[in-house]
Write a protein that binds this ligand. Structure first.
Ligand code: FE2
Length: 177
């Protein structure tokens, strides 16, 4: 029993240390959002929803945060941390699965591949069109790569992708569909 308790305690301490370290070396910018305290969904349309589109939590569960989502300081000169976390989006106009009326969106984290280990991994990827959530892909570290894909029916719009790293927070990338 004792070694197991010690291991858990060490794990928590390690996480806190990493968070402190991260807070001191991340020099990028951030975007405001309303964050669900239950499931970490981030509303980016300027207000908290009446009901969380992911977990159904009420508006009162949302917290306004000035630094809800991380963005790079200089998108032409990304740091290593930014290269590991900012989603890389590939839009494939012709879908191989649904030949008519489908646009594939492939996302990976990131330009440098992010780890997928129990201690450090990408927890989920949220997709938005015109600032409204269209899908969340949940990721587990053991058997999945830090990536996800959707088959989109919409003919256009602004696609936003926000991923959540368990240690380094939420990161955003946008593109036109
Ligand atoms: Fe990370």
């Amino acid at each position: 029993m004792r070694p197991s308790r010690k291991k858990n305690k060490d794990g928590i301490l390690t996480k806190i240390k990493d968070f402190r370290k991260y807070g001191s070396y991340w020099k990028g910018d951030a975007m405001k959002g309303y964050v669900c305290k239950i499931c970490s969904f981030i509303s980016i349309n300027g207000s908290a929803p009446e009901k969380c589109p992911v977990c159904g939590a009420p508006k009162a569960a949302f917290e306004e945060k000035e630094e809800a989502v991380k963005t790079p300081n200089d998108s032409n000169n990304l740091t290593e941390l930014e290269k590991k976390h900012i989603p890389v989006i590939t839009v494939v106009r012709k879908c191989g699965l649904i030949p008519e009326g489908c646009t594939d969106v492939h996302v990976k984290m990131g330009e440098i591949q992010h780890p997928m280990e129990a201690k450090h991994y990408i927890m989920h990827i949220d997709f938005y069109i015109d600032k409204e959530l269209i899908s969340r892909i949940m990721l587990t570290p053991d058997k999945l790569n830090p990536a996800g894909a959707l088959h989109i029916k919409a003919k256009g719009g602004r696609l936003t992708v926000i991923e959540l790293c368990n240690l380094h927070g939420a990161w955003i990338k946008e593109t036109d569909l």
